[in-house]
Design a protein around this ligand. Structure first.
Ligand SMILES: Cc1cc2nc3c(=O)[nH]c(=O)nc-3n(C[C@H](O)[C@H](O)[C@H](O)COP(=O)(O)O)c2cc1C
Length: 172
C-alpha cells in the first residue's frame, strides 16, 4: 500500500515536472503576441543610428521586441512573432544584403505583419524598398508599410521623425 502510494506520488511528481518543462519550453519558443521581431543587416557605423531610432520608438510605444542581425543569424525563424520590422541599408547597386537573403528564405513569414525600412545615402533606396516589398509579398507576408529614405540631406531630427511616423503603423 505504501509502495503504491509512493509510486503514485512519484508519477504525479514526474507529470508535474514534464508540464513545467513543457510550459517553460513553449515560453521560450512562442513569443507573446505583442512581441515584435526587429531584423536588420548588421550593426555598424552606417546603420547604428537607424537601429537605435527603431529601438527607441518601439520602446516608446511599449512594444516588446527581439532583435537579430541577418548577417550573423541567417536562419532566424520569424515563426514566434506576429509583427516583423525589417531594416535594410543599401550596400551596393546589386541590392545584395543579409536582410534580403533572410527575407528570401522567409522562415515563418507567412501571414505576418511586416514593416520595411530602407536607408541609402543617395541612391537605390526606392529600388531596394520595392524589391524587399516584393520578396516579402512572395513569402505571403502582409506588408503593412514600407518606407525608404535617401539620408544624405536629411537632418537627424527628420530621420527620427520619419522612422517614428512609420513605426506608429504597428499600433493597432
Ligand atoms: C558597402 C556599402 C555600399 C553602399 N552602397 C550605397 C549605394 O549604392 N547607394 C547609396 O546611396 N548608399 C550606399 N551606401 C551607404 C549606406 O546605404 C548608408 O550608409 C546607410 O543607408 C546609412 O545612411 P547614412 O550613412 O547616410 O546615415 C553603402 C554603404 C556600404 C557600407
Amino acid at each position: 500500500m505504501i509502495r503504491i502510494a509512493g509510486t503514485r506520488s512519484a508519477a504525479a511528481v514526474a507529470v508535474l515536472f514534464i508540464v513545467i518543462v513543457a510550459v517553460a519550453a513553449s515560453q521560450d519558443t512562442l513569443a507573446s503576441p505583442d512581441t515584435a521581431l526587429f531584423i536588420y543587416d548588421k550593426i555598424d557605423d552606417n546603420s547604428r543610428f537607424y537601429i537605435e531610432a527603431v529601438r527607441e520608438n518601439l520602446g516608446g510605444m511599449g512594444i516588446p521586441f527581439k532583435e537579430a542581425a541577418a548577417e550573423t543569424e541567417k536562419n532566424y525563424d520569424a515563426s514566434p512573432y506576429h509583427r516583423v520590422i525589417v531594416y535594410s541599408m543599401v550596400m551596393g547597386f546589386n541590392m545584395i544584403s543579409p536582410v534580403r537573403s533572410w527575407l528570401r528564405k522567409g522562415e515563418g513569414l507567412t501571414g505576418k505583419d511586416v514593416l520595411i525600412l530602407v536607408t541609402a545615402n543617395r541612391w537605390f533606396n526606392e529600388k531596394q524598398r520595392k524589391e524587399l516589398v516584393k520578396i516579402a509579398g512572395d513569402r505571403q507576408a502582409n506588408v503593412i508599410d514600407a518606407v525608404s529614405m535617401a539620408t544624405e540631406k536629411l537632418s537627424d531630427e527628420k530621420k527620427q521623425k520619419t522612422i517614428g511616423k512609420h513605426l506608429a503603423r504597428l499600433q493597432p
